[in-house]
Design a protein around this ligand. Structure first.
Ligand code: A3P
Length: 300
């Protein structure tokens, strides 16, 4: 089955999830061709939950012995050009990048739901980090992001978009199924999947930089802790710093893409949904979240 979504972004029900049709060939190639290494790091998320932030954190933490903070590749390139998406970059445009020649640790990202990940990833010692977020903030973030496509003819009102969100017709959705798939995987295998919440990372970034270091196999030494390395990485990756880097203020993605770099840095706040939801939308959305997450041990 197909569903109309945003202009230029039709969805297709693929292996139980609503996947943007443009991403399906890439997901199939990822599923059938990707050969994981034990050292691989996988940044996973539902769109607009903090992928850009998590890419920066994982890159900085795992590469900190190579680069200084003030002169690292993120000062010159957008995080999406440093950590490529498997379905949107790596396996989208021919000729495909040769992944075998990349040095360790290779870092990739994907919005692929957990049940659809290739067995090569599941069976290797590679690490998966998932960024989750209050889905109402995620919804508002995506609505703004997609609204940038207006020039190309997309002008979906927030109430129309909300009906799609509410029915689960959502790119890589239903959103709650996506979140729950990684949540369950993290409970079953906590050494393999680290489940983060945007709100908690925002509240205490240094705690999570350390946590990520431990989980990914790049723990901070006592000397690094004393030198303030954890704080420096958290500060470098903060919304305020990343948004104001010249490359993100004015740059464009190096690879073909519809969005300018600044599209990935809007407001970076918790609870912005309350500024956009009508009382009836809010009531329905809160009930929906209660229904979908009840009994899972997860709430936002
Ligand atoms: P808002 O639209 O609410 O501002 P993604 O990276 O998955 O596309 O998600 C984008 C959301 O993360 C946007 O949310 C964006 O502003 C926010 N974001 C981007 N970089 C961030 C950072 N370094 N710290 C916190 N939030 C960030």
């Amino acid at each position: 089955p197909r569903a109309k979504y945003w202009v230029g972004d039709d969805l297709y029900k693929f292996q139980g999830f609503w996947i943007p049709t443009v991403a399906i060939p890439g997901i199939i190639k990822f599923q059938t061709q990707f050969k994981a290494r034990d050292s691989d790091l996988l940044v996973t998320s539902f769109p607009k939950c903090g992928t850009t932030w998590l890419k920066s954190l994982v890159f900085m933490i795992s590469n900190r012995s190579i680069y200084s903070i003030s002169d690292n590749p993120l000062t010159k390139l957008n995080p999406h050009d440093i950590v490529p998406s498997l379905e949107y970059n790596v396996y989208r445009f021919k000729p495909y990048q040769d992944l075998e020649i990349l040095p360790n640790p290779r870092i990739f990202s994907t919005h692929t739901p957990h049940p659809l990940l290739p067995s090569s990833i599941i069976n290797s010692k590679s690490k998966i980090v998932y960024m989750s977020r209050n889905l109402l903030d995620q919804f508002v973030s995506r609505w703004h992001f997609k609204g940038r496509l207006k020039v190309q003819g997309a002008s979906t009102s927030i109430s129309e978009a909300f009906e799609m969100f509410h029915s689960g017709v959502d790119g890589f959705g239903p959103s709650w199924e996506h979140v729950l798939s990684y949540w369950k995987a993290s409970l079953e295998n906590p050494n393999k999947v680290l489940f983060l919440k945007y709100e908690e990372v925002k509240e205490n970034p240094t705690f999570y930089v350390k946590e990520l270091g431990d989980f990914l196999g790049y723990p901070f030494s006592e000397k690094e802790v004393k030198l303030g390395m954890i704080e420096e990485i958290a500060k470098f990756c903060s919304f305020e710093n990343m948004k104001n880097l010249e490359v993100n203020k004015s740059g464009k993605r190096a690879i073909a893409h519809s969005f300018e770099n600044n599209a990935y840095f809007r407001k970076g706040e918790v609870g912005d949904w309350a500024n956009y939801f009508s009382p009836s939308m809010a009531k329905r959305a809160i009930k929906l979240m209660d229904d979908k997450f009840s009994g899972s041990g997860l709430s936002f």
